[in-house]
Design a protein around this ligand. Structure first.
Ligand code: F6R
Length: 615
């Protein structure tokens, strides 16, 4: 979604605003803008397209001022254009906003009837005009904001700057995140601690329905008309964590961070000495859980899909999974004693949050697996299992996904142990496989030239690509297809191997590569014994139609079937339970190098945004 920043500084703020917007650009990048106060008047620069356009604009038309706000946008209401770019301003107030004002039309009708003229197509302008209307009725900015909060519906975070008031900025949030940064005689407010990281590590996280008044010396937080206390915390984020290092793209850096962040995550969830999972303290007993419902969006949903296999197999627990946007509207009955696990990198995705809200109404215990422990989803849940992936900047998720899988596998093992469905021997075997995983991922990353060759010679030449996988490799096939399409804009679909003959086979000809994700063993005895037969039959079906097979398997699988494939890669050997995590890295590499060959914008693919805080 959009990224927002506000600064009350001692020196000119525009360079700092632009610097913060660079860290927020992953949230949206179809237009950007900054506004400052010059002699009490609002002045702003805005530009359609990426931040570089705004920077060019600021070069030719610099913007002075020691107080200011900035925004990078992912359009919801109103197409991406300079006119709709934030800050949205009247002569009294300038606003930057993330989220959606659901009742903007009702507000707009009222304000237009008052004689106000709207200049943009955004829902944000309803807030700017509403505040202006209050200010013109001689209300103070504080009174105007307090009253406006009572009128706004939807999920939003916003920051406002008032003409004639060099001394204050105001912020407000409901649903979307907003954090205040404390400096030395300077104050900051932004979407998240990441945006504020180079400025300060002293952060106050705002709660839903808070509105805040910042001055150069501190902040006061309100709910309605009541002043409330919010603690100042130390953020562990540093500016260095959000650079690209020596890598060409954030995605490449984040893929290469996977061995380290998986190691960090394992430290919390596993005792390497005893090869036992550390059972996190949870507000329920796995023995009394009647059913697990798992939900998330996109890649996070695929983490749920993989985890379903693990919980069912290792803990013999029934698991339902559903994409959050469907689940929340389907309103399925959920059994008493059920646990709902929400998976979300950002912890902000509105569909996932709303799905949790529904699960809570059904008296489920809520468990969040998230990379942002201060996020809305984390705070809404009864318990949080953090992924320790560190900031993920590339819009396409990589290390967040693999750490989600690590956390979920450990949870499934803990559940299996508690329920007596997993032997100590099996737990040790799986723990060892996870301990070895960072090394196996490193080996995979070291083979990147092999993936690059397939990407350049086969995938980048195609218009359509199919990914096939069976068992827990099916979600990996889905993830491979999603990564390929979002990064390279090549149409790709993932299918369960056995489904190919029921439809997708119609697509296959010599122009359609088929990537087969096929570790040569499986947690499912049935598939294990039939592996060669089943994969081989997929192979023959594709070959008979001239399709180009790309085999991702281990040395055994490649030895058996490699000769029949156009090309194959031997992924390092790994325990089959853990294999989905390793094979994910393989499909990430294929997608990355295909996008590189196509010359697309890898870190910021068209039309996408990192955290989707609107429906
Ligand atoms: C794909 C991708 C998205 C996200 C989805 C959920 O590469 O990144 O599909 O996984 O938007 O986001 P979170 O995990 O933040 O809820």
């Amino acid at each position: 979604m959009c990224g927002i920043i506000g600064i009350i500084g001692k020196a000119p703020v525009t360079p700092l605003l632009v610097d913060a917007l660079k860290r927020l650009e992953y949230r949206g990048y179809d237009s950007a803008g900054v506004a400052t106060l010059i002699n009490g008047h609002i002045d702003r620069r805005r530009a359609e397209g990426k931040l570089v356009n705004l920077e060019a604009r600021l070069k030719s038309e610099p913007l002075a001022g020691t107080i200011g706000i900035g925004h990078t946008r992912w359009a919801t209401h109103g197409k991406p254009s300079e006119r709709n770019a934030h800050p949205i301003a009247t002569d009294r107030v300038a606003i930057v906003h993330n989220g959606i004002i659901e009742n903007f039309q009702e507000l707009k009708d009222e304000l237009v009837a008052e004689g106000r003229r709207f200049e943009s197509d955004t829902d944000t302008e309803a807030v700017a005009q509403l505040l202006t209307s209050y200010l013109e009725r001689q209300m103070s900015p504080e009174a105007a904001m307090g009253k406006a909060m009572g009128r706004l519906r939807g999920a939003f975070a916003l920051v406002a700057m008032f003409s004639g008031r060099h001394d204050i900025l105001m912020g407000a949030r409901r649903g979307s995140s907003l954090a205040v940064g404390h400096g030395d005689g300077e104050m900051y407010v932004g979407t998240d601690a990441l945006a504020l990281a180079p400025f300060t590590s002293r952060v106050t996280y705002l709660e839903d329905d808070d509105w805040v008044v910042l001055s150069s010396s501190g902040c006061a937080v309100y709910q309605g008309t009541t002043k409330v206390e919010r603690p100042e915390k130390r953020s562990g984020l540093s500016g260095a964590m959000i650079g690209k290092g020596n890598h060409q793209h954030f995605m490449l850096k984040e893929m290469h961070e996977q061995p380290a962040v998986i190691g960090d995550t394992l430290q919390s969830y596993l005792d390497p000495a005893t090869r036992a999972v550390r059972t996190p303290s949870l507000p329920f007993d796995w023995n009394t859980v009647s059913r697990i419902t798992m939900t998330g969006c996109g890649t996070a949903f695929y983490a749920c899909m993989v985890a379903k296999y693990w919980f069912e197999k290792l803990a013999r627990l029934p698991v339902e999974i559903e994409v959050a946007s469907e689940f929340r509207y389907r309103e399925p009955p959920l059994p008493e004693g059920g646990v709902c696990i929400a998976v979300s990198q950002s912890g902000e995705t509105i569909d996932t949050l709303e799905a949790l809200r529904y699960a809570k109404s059904q008296k489920q215990i809520l468990l969040a697996v998230t990379n942002v422990p201060e996020s809305a989803i984390a705070r809404f849940s009864h318990a949080v299992l953090p992924t320790l992936a560190g900031p993920e900047i590339c819009v396409a998720s990589t290390k967040a996904f693999t750490t989600q899988l690590i956390v979920l596998l450990n949870a499934a093992i803990a559940a299996g142990r508690a329920r007596g469905t997993l032997s100590r021997e099996d737990e040790e075997r799986l723990a060892l496989a996870m301990i070895e995983l960072p090394a196996r991922i490193n080996e995979t990353l070291n083979m990147e030239d092999d993936y690059r060759r397939i990407a350049e010679n086969t995938l980048a030449q195609a218009r359509d690509v199919l990914y096939l996988g069976r068992g827990a490799s099916f979600p990996v096939a889905l993830e491979g297809a999603l990564k390929l399409k979002e990064l390279s804009y090549i149409h790709a679909e993932g299918y369960a191997g056995g489904e190919m003959k029921h439809g997708p086979i119609a697509l296959i000809d010599d122009a359609v590569p088929v990537v087969v994700v096929a570790p040569s063993d499986s947690i499912f005895g049935k598939i294990a014994s039939n592996f060669e037969h089943k994969i081989a039959s997929n192979f023959e079906q594709v070959r008979a139609r001239g399709g180009k097979l790309v085999l991702l398997s281990d040395a055994r699988g490649v030895a058996k079937l490699g000769a029949k494939a156009e090309t194959s890669i031997a992924v390092p050997d790994i325990d089959p339970v853990v294999a989905p995590i390793l094979y994910t890295v393989a499909v990430q590499l294929l997608a990355y190098y295909t996008a590189l060959a196509k010359g697309t914008d890898i870190d910021q693919p068209r039309n996408l945004a990192k955290s989707v805080t609107v429906e």
